[in-house]
Design a protein around this ligand. Structure first.
Ligand SMILES: Nc1ncnc2c1ncn2[C@@H]1O[C@H](COP(=O)(O)OP(=O)(O)O)[C@@H](O)[C@H]1O
Ligand SMILES: [Mg+2]
Length: 352
């Protein structure tokens, strides 16, 4: 098939004086684009890379691909990850991965948490701040964690995100506003291990809309490949990162990533994580691929909490979590990339 690979390359991104140095940290490198391209070519496809900016409308109409492999993060706007898919739907072109609503939803962490909470899925209790002096919900207990509502790749996340009193809270909320110009998400700080679970596929068969109240009800995971959980080995990082998966670790130290995969967890812990991952995938409406980030609460028997869902997980062959998990699962990078494409091909009922 003729596959258009749609992405936003860091080197093509716009720049302006005084922009924050981490502004484009979640965009892709040429290394990643070349690797995906090579994998799809090895899968028997013809690949054309297209930059996912405003030129896309014209380039897609010229290229006329059979399907798009979409990993566009977008540049501007609070639904930026949904922009390329919206255009693809307008042009009636099939594409890999989640659709417009899911991509817009998952970029907004508080909105995602509202959906998770509605479905009784465990996510830390939270409050959003749009003003520095908003009264703190008395149900929230320190220490709290402050992060931007709509960023990724550890942006706006550092040791200072952990706040122990109102004064620290207000100043971190203020800093988040100044730097990211968006509401701050304030939630319970979960002290404990950091685990992420990747998933490829699509749920088949009936799935409950809400989680079954009955703990013994069957857990429906059919159609999904749940990859072995990856644990970030926080102990291996400098103390000033404070056990947080910061932008420094994700970007500057990405090439010396310390992780355990499969994470040393019991079978029943993995079963629970898989179930929460599948349920999150379902209720957020993901397609083909996703990664769900967890923290295990050390003060409560390693009880898992969902931090966020990533419907566009990084695909750098060398260090992205999903790729390391695929390796531990016995899939080559080529296989991972072609599985994602094949899931979309199947979903649209296309013929290879
Ligand atoms: N409530 C929390 N308690 C403890 N650590 C947190 C919490 N929320 C985020 N973190 C830390 O910050 C990191 C980044 O947060 P996350 O919500 O996954 O955003 P993103 O990966 O999009 O930057 C997490 O991997 C974790 O280390
Ligand atoms: Mg994360």
């Amino acid at each position: 098939m003729h596959v258009a690979l749609l992405a936003n390359l860091k080197k093509n991104a716009p720049t302006w004086p005084g922009m924050s140095p981490d502004y484009w940290d979640d965009l892709d490198s040429e290394e990643t684009i070349e690797a995906i391209s090579a994998a799809l070519t090895a899968g028997g496809h013809r690949v054309t890379f297209l930059e996912g900016d405003a030129t896309l409308y014209d380039t897609l109409r010229q290229t006329k691909p059979d399907i798009c492999f979409n990993i566009c993060e977008g540049h501007f706007g609070d639904s930026r990850e949904a922009q390329a898919p919206a255009l693809l739907e307008m042009l009636r072109l099939p594409y890999t991965g989640s659709r417009v609503l899911t991509l817009a939803l998952a970029l907004d962490k508080p909105m995602t948490k509202r959906v998770l909470t509605y479905h009784d899925l465990p996510t830390p209790p939270f409050q959003t701040f749009e003003r520095v002096n908003e009264p703190l919900d008395p149900a929230l207990k320190f220490p709290l964690f402050v992060k931007p509502s709509r960023e990724g790749t550890g942006m706006g996340v550092s040791a200072e995100s952990i706040v122990h009193n109102e004064e620290q809270l207000r100043s971190q909320v203020q800093r988040t506003f100044e730097r990211y110009h968006q509401p701050a998400l304030v939630e319970h700080y979960i002290e404990g291990r950091e685990v992420t679970v990747g998933v490829v596929g699509n749920l088949t068969g009936p799935v409950a809309r809400r989680m079954p109240d009955d703990e013994s009800a069957p857990r429906i995971l059919r159609g999904l490949d749940l990859l072995p959980p990856l644990e970030v080995n926080m102990a291996a990082y400098p103390e000033e990162e404070a056990g947080i998966y910061t932008s420094r670790i994700k970007v500057e130290l990405a090439h010396e990533f310390h992780y355990l995969c499969p994470a040393p967890l019991t079978e029943s812990q993995i079963e629970d994580l898989n179930w929460y991952t599948a349920a999150t995938f379902r209720v957020i409406g993901c397609c083909d691929v996703a990664r769900v980030d967890f923290r295990l609460d050390a003060s409560d028997n390693d009880r898992p909490y969902i931090l966020e869902v990533n419907p566009l997980p990084g695909l750098n062959p060398g260090y992205s979590d999903l790729c390391l998990e695929a390796t531990a699962y016995g899939w080559s990078y080529e296989e991972l990339v072609n599985r994602i494409l094949d899931e979309a091909i199947k979903r649209y009922g296309l013929k290879k």
